[in-house]
Ligand binder design. Structure first.
Ligand code: MN
Length: 130
């Protein structure tokens, strides 16, 4: 079965770039452009991994990962932050919020592939539903 990856990104061009690349890599791709849609997608689609833009317009993308970490049936989903803000303080904020790792923008796809290989489970999809 295919891994399902949710991309939450408010910039349409970035979103298309990421989604196109992920689809070409063989992933099933879901997308959302704001917190509300991202939250709904996580709840209803239970992706195996989330790529999360930290700055969603005026919204703080990190509130989505904070919410995920409070949901007993979702908290194990790996969340990788994607951010142009790579200052040390931002890194700490990103990891403290519950992200597993962060990837700088513009996204280096070789690096992204390494992260996906690392954070997606090897064999089976994790059972995020109960
Ligand atoms: Mn953004």
């Amino acid at each position: 079965m295919k891994y399902r990856i949710l991309v939450v990104e408010d910039n349409q061009l970035n979103l298309e770039l990421l989604c196109d690349w992920l689809e070409a890599e063989g992933y099933e791709v879901l997308s959302a452009t704001d917190l509300q849609a991202g939250t709904t997608a996580v709840q209803t689609q239970q992706p195996h991994l989330v790529l999360l833009d930290v700055k969603l317009g005026d919204e703080d993308g990190l509130s989505l990962v904070a919410w995920i970490r409070e949901q007993p049936n979702l908290l194990r989903i790996p969340v990788l932050a994607v951010t142009a803000h790579a200052m040390l303080t931002d890194q700490e904020r990103i990891l403290h919020a519950g992200c597993n790792a962060w990837i700088p923008k513009p996204v280096d796809f070789k690096l992204l592939r390494e992260h996906l290989d690392r954070w997606l489970p090897d064999r089976e999809a994790p059972s995020v539903s109960s």
